[in-house]
Design a binder for this molecule. Structure first.
Ligand SMILES: [Zn+2]
Ligand SMILES: [Zn+2]
Length: 399
């Protein structure tokens, strides 16, 4: 029998076509009807047990192996971003204001490829594979919704292993898989603050309670909090990305509001950073005679690779593609990812794939940029790795 990779290379044109079709019709959030339709069509005839989500347009497909054994879950996210594409590719987005700027179209096509490769080998598998096609990764907690709807037990018993991958348009060399044991990506949270003062005339601030000055002090004090209250070896990032106040220069507004994204790498720090930040803002407000309504909401947890699964992924890449195709990442990324919710419950690992189309990945447009481009000739590699991980986990010892 031909190797998985040889079979995947034979599928290249089909996978590239599917990816480019998906690229033209990006959809955002939890409801991706056209994407779902394409995925269902692509899985048709593969002998999978296919079900769709009720609260979101997810697709869960189960492949039954020829013998009993563990369950391997493979995941691909499917959503685009509210970005207007300026990449210049000929198959660019036909939906105004939406773009596959994070490469999730490649994840979807890659997972379809893995399903094709594995369904051709179903009889040889000792165990089952769950293919998790997930909407709403970009801030909608699609993984959380799919878990609530039962994806981890889609095969009739809990998944034993879980793997996923993410492509990058910049930063990493093309064709190289990268990962690390332990924390791989940050936890994310939202700090939302409304400073309530009392509006008045800009010429007479002493007769008003100025929320702008207090809110500005909070923005800078948050950076002091990061350096004074947290261990430098347990990193915290706080970035205020929204700040709204006022209408005219000579009017002191009633209130000012801002929002920050907060990134951390340990569960304990994610909790304390929220507590400290809320208290800091409330106390600064009260020091100036104002009031702050502050809240901290956790979004995604830290994405943590299980040590043995990380080693398994690294060894598989080296074995299938050659040692030069795998790199250990020294540091985690500050981005966050809802596959973290799967890895909180199932041993597994997440891996990155450099997919830049530029000569120098350092200067290429990054994921989420309207100019980001991804090399889809790597789709057979992505499909092969996912399928190979499942195949190896479901091959009985001694065969
Ligand atoms: Zn993204
Ligand atoms: Zn992404």
């Amino acid at each position: 029998m031909a190797s998985l990779y040889e079979d995947a290379v034979a599928l290249r044109e089909e996978l590239v076509t599917l990816r480019r079709e998906l690229h033209g019709i990006p959809e955002i959030g939890l409801d991706l009807p056209r994407t779902q339709e394409r995925v269902l069509a692509a899985l048709d005839g593969l002998g999978l047990e296919v079900s769709t989500g009720s609260g979101l347009s997810s697709v869960t497909a189960v492949l039954r192996g020829g013998a009993a054994g563990p369950v391997v879950l493979l995941r691909g996210d499917m959503d685009g971003l509210p970005v207007t594409e300026q990449s210049g590719v000929e198959f660019r987005s036909r939906h105004d204001g939406a773009m596959h700027a994070c490469g999730h179209d490649l994840h979807t096509a890659g997972l379809v490829g893995a399903a094709r490769l594995l369904s051709a080998r179903a009889a040889d598998l000792a165990g089952d594979v769950v293919f998790m096609f997930q909407p709403g990764e970009e801030g909608f907690d699609g993984a959380g919704h799919m878990i609530a709807e039962g994806v981890l037990a889609a095969a009739g018993r809990p998944a034993d292993f879980a793997y996923g991958l993410h492509v990058f348009s910049s930063r990493f060399p093309r064709g190289v898989f990268l990962s690390r044991r332990g924390p791989l990506m940050a936890a994310s949270g939202v700090l939302a603050v409304r400073v309530v003062g009392a509006g008045g005339h800009g010429s007479a601030p002493h007769r008003a309670l100025d929320p702008v000055a207090a809110a500005c002090e909070m923005v800078t004090a948050l950076q002091t909090m990061v350096t004074r209250r947290f261990d430098v070896f347990d990193p915290v990032v706080v970035t205020v990305g929204v700040f709204h106040a006022g209408t005219r220069r000579n009017i002191i507004p009633d209130d000012a509001a801002f929002e920050a994204t907060v990134r951390t790498y340990t569960a304990g720090t994610q909790r304390t950073v929220g507590e400290y930040a809320v208290r800091l803002c409330q106390d600064i407000a009260s020091a100036h005679g104002l009031r702050a309504e502050a809240s901290f909401t956790q979004e995604y947890p830290v994405t943590v690779n299980h040590g043995a699964e990380h080693e398994f992924v690294a060894a598989t890449v080296r074995d299938v593609f050659g040692a030069e195709r795998f790199q250990e990442l020294a540091d985690p990324l500050t981005g966050s990812e809802d596959f973290s919710r799967v890895l909180e419950r199932v041993p597994g690992a997440y891996v990155f794939l450099g997919a830049t189309t530029a000569g120098d990945p350092e200067t290429a447009p990054t994921n989420h940029s309207p100019r980001a481009t991804f090399d889809d000739t790597l789709l057979p590699d992505a499909a092969t790795l996912l399928a190979e991980l499942a195949l190896r986990r479901l091959t009985p010892a001694g065969t």
